[in-house]
Structures are given as C-alpha cells and as structure tokens.
Design a binder for this molecule. Sequence first.
Ligand code: C5P
Length: 219
Amino acid sequence: LRRQDLAGKKVLITAGPTYEAIDPVRFIGNRSSGKMGIAIAEEAASRGARVTLVLGPSALRAKHPGIDTIHVESAREMYVRATAQFPECDIAVLSAAVADYRPVKVADQKLKKEDGTPKLELERTPDIAAALGEMKQAGQRIIGFALETNNETANARKKLEKKNFDLIVLNSLRDAGAGFQHDTNKISILSQDNKTRHFELKTKAEVAKDIINTLLPIL
Ligand code: C5P
C-alpha cells in the first residue's frame, strides 16, 4: 500500500482533448491522448484521494476504484461539469487540452460538398482554468499545464499569474519523447514563490508522482 498522504482530499482532474462539433460527423479536435491526466488520477487515488476525472474523448480509461470518471465531449460540457465539481474539491489539476475555438453554428445534418470553399466561423470556448481560478477559495489549490514552443518559462509564469494557479506544469514540445501521445514526459514545475523545478524525461506515471510530491508541501 502506498503512503496515504492524500487521504481525505478531493481532487478534480480534467484530461484529454475536447471535440467541437462542426456537424453530426465532423469536429475540431487535437491529439491529446489523456494519458498524463489519467496517470495523475491514478497516482492521487493510490495515495488516498477521492478523484473526479472529467475526461474528454479518449480511448483510455482510469482503473483505480477511487476514481469517478465523468465523460464529456466539448469544452462547454467540460466547463459545466468542472465548475459544478470544483466547490467541493481541495485540488484541481487541469491537464485537459481544451480546444480554444469552436464553430459558431453546428449543422444538424451532415454538410454536403459544394462549389467553392466553405468558411467556418469560429468563436472562443469557455476558459475552464480561468473560471476555476476566479472561483478559488482559501485552502483550494489549482495546478495548470502549459505547452509552449518559445519563451517557455516566461509564458508559463504569465499563465500561472493570470489564471490564479498555484503551480504550473510546463511541457516542452522541443524535447523528444515529451508531450502528446507519448508514454514519457519531460516537465518543469513553476510555483508562486518564483521557483522553477526541472525534472528528467520519465514515464508519465513517474511524472505524476513528481507533480503530487511538489503539491504536498503547499496543501
Ligand atoms: O491558455 P492555455 O490553453 O495554454 O492554458 C493552459 C491551461 O489552461 C491548461 O491547464 C488547460 O487545461 C487550461 N485550459 C482550460 N480551459 C481552456 C483552455 C485551457 O482549462 N479553455
């Protein structure tokens, strides 16, 4: 049995991609597998937490009996479920790769091929992280993620402050084996006290341990 250092804690985790419907068969999405968020859910549950996993369309499933999975498809659905759960939670881990834009209109029939090129009008999806950051009460903690390609640390620090996160996990696309779909990840964790901790390339299960271990002292 693992050390039950999250016993009594309730953890909300968002994971996976979101799909934003264009019509009944097409969507705008991304290549997130959900692996990192599911690994964090498994790690938190094995350390005694009760976990609610709000999971976008992913082929993967969480296995630990301490994890309650809510399946969602779109950013709007993820927003509704995450904001409803957060008030009862001690910790939110926002590892989902939420689509930033969705089609303004969703066609109720499959769109037909036509002459010329169709134009998709897009609008912003709700920012779940920003909403939870505004709802955050004393004693609650939020961990966000950032995937940056340039000025990584500076951009991640801006995001930490703007979205009222306590920690932000930065994954770099420049590192081989890190990020989307891989079983491994290479991260840095930035905290509110201006520290940046760098970690080696590891399995996502090991990365999940590092994230929880970094969170414990600020709970
Ligand atoms: O602004 P950006 O999308 O890079 O922010 C990344 C962080 O914000 C991640 O933790 C991600 O899960 C979260 N996020 C969110 N809702 C959005 C966009 C991002 O929760 N609509």
